[in-house]
Write a protein that binds this ligand. Structure first.
Ligand code: NAD
Length: 410
């Protein structure tokens, strides 16, 4: 395949930026666009015309894109609830899928996703962009090299103040509002879980066996509504939000490691994914951008270590893939500090080469199911809940895969 003919399904905030990256690729043509709202379909058409010159087919019914012969692949960036149903329809129609992240609403939809891929074998990639980010890739490489010894525990967070986005959900026609009103769970697990799963070889020699999840009370959103009553939809005054402000989930893995995930999106805070890897010989910490090795004990607090990775850049930078070593300003500016560009390039490269995706349907199912399982655990006072093995035992034989094509860390 010389060129990938792409359809875009869902044209909200995320899609705007990601479509721009696709449109910048010489080997991608965006030939069809879809949103459930006419105005957004028109925005998408305008974007394609402006960037590439062609007028794409536009529709409010994604099935019309799936019926077209001139489409090879679809990018799905709709509301969370529709990712899996649309991905299933796309695979059934023979269209390769690049699916945005979110959490699942039931185990059944995760099984359906896996079953559809196993039956159709249509390429499917789960777009967990943090797995492509520089720090997470570096930490994974350092861990795989054995520099941190035996890995025992990983932690991370989705620490992102989303109060403004959530309360303006009605005006912005955004899905998070209804989710925060009606659900209490780890609703967005994959930004931290994806990179941890890569460090620990989940679905590739290891697997997640169970979780416990607890949620704090919910008051951040209610307080925000009170404090911003002049700007916020009056219907939200006095309304109870179901989503706890801080949700913590501990996952236990078959090989004995634990992972701690924190969802922290409805209280005032700065952005932080807090990705941390702990081993018998050292620790990687994203927040201080540091590698702490056994024997560095003359330092007492983490402060001395801030940016110590940067001071030792020669030592570690060789472990990064070439695409990060040679990244251009344009690529860095394309979205989320470069990781979105690198991720989409990897999707297109693998699709053209007919090579399996690095983040596949088993990763999507295992990582997304944490949302509905955490909901069950929280409902039952933090009760342990089993995590299914979507690979049906194959995780024991599945080999580690290079996250970026041609990038090996031995
Ligand atoms: N990986 C990342 O860093 C990242 C960042 C932001 C968002 N996301 C993900 O991207 C997705 C979209 O998020 P967003 O913030 O752009 O939301 P958004 O609400 O701005 O966009 C979603 C779009 O999907 C459209 N849509 C809904 N149902 C549809 C249907 N049946 N057919 C066609 N279009 C439909 C909506 O009208 C909307 O325009 C979410 O799943 C989110 O988790 C990922």
């Amino acid at each position: 395949m010389d060129k990938i003919r792409l359809g875009v399904i869902g044209f909200g905030c995320r899609s705007y930026g990601m479509t721009e990256i696709f449109l910048g690729f010489e080997d991608v043509d965006v030939l069809a666009v879809c949103d459930k709202y006419e105005d957004r379909v028109q925005n998408a058409i305008n974007k394609v015309i402006e960037k590439k010159g062609n007028t794409p087919f536009g529709t409010t019914n994604y099935k019309e894109i799936l019926e077209r012969d001139d489409i090879d692949a679809v990018f799905i960036a709709t509301d969370w609830e529709l990712h899996i149903p649309i991905a299933i329809d796309a695979m059934n129609a023979g269209k390769a899928v690049a699916m945005e992240v979110g959490g699942a609403y039931s185990l059944q939809e995760c099984y359906d996703l896996v079953d559809t891929w196993e039956r159709t074998r249509v390429p499917f990639m789960f777009l967990e962009n943090c797995c492509y980010n520089k720090e997470e890739l570096l930490a994974t490489a350092i861990a795989k090299k054995g520099i941190l010894g035996k890995i025992v525990h990983c932690s991370g967070a989705y620490g992102h103040d989303l109060r403004n986005e959530v309360v303006h959900g009605k005006e912005n026609r955004h899905y998070r509002l209804r989710n925060y009103l009606n659900r209490n769970c780890e609703n967005y697990p994959t930004h931290e879980l994806g990179p941890m799963a890569k460090v620990l070889g989940i679905n590739r020699g290891n697997r997640m066996v169970s979780l416990v999840s607890v949620a704090s009370k919910s008051f951040g959103m209610e307080q925000y509504v009170i404090d911003n009553k002049d700007k916020v939809d009056p219907d939200l005054q006095g309304v109870d939000f179901a989503q706890g402000d801080i949700v913590q989930t501990i996952i236990t893995c078959e090989n004995g490691e634990t992972m701690l995930l924190t969802l922290d999106t409805s209280l005032p805070r700065s952005y932080n994914r807090a990705f941390t890897v702990r081993g018998t010989k050292g620790m990687y910490e994203q927040f201080t951008n540091s590698v702490f090795l056994d024997g560095n004990n003359e330092y007492w607090t983490g402060k001395e270590f801030i940016d110590n990775y940067l001071n030792n850049a020669d030592k570690y930078n060789d472990l990064l893939p070439d695409c990060w070593k040679n990244i251009t300003k344009e690529q860095l500016d394309a979205g989320h500090g470069g990781m979105d560009y690198i991720e989409l390039r990897d999707f297109i490269d693998r699709l053209k080469a007919g090579i399996p995706m690095a983040l596949d349907v088993y990763d999507a199912a295992a990582w997304m199911c944490i949302s509905c399982l955490s909901e069950e655990s929280i409902k039952n006072g933090g009760k342990p809940v089993e995590i299914p093995d979507f690979t049906k035992g194959e995780y024991k034989n599945r080999k580690d895969v290079d996250i970026i094509l041609g990038y090996h860390v031995e």
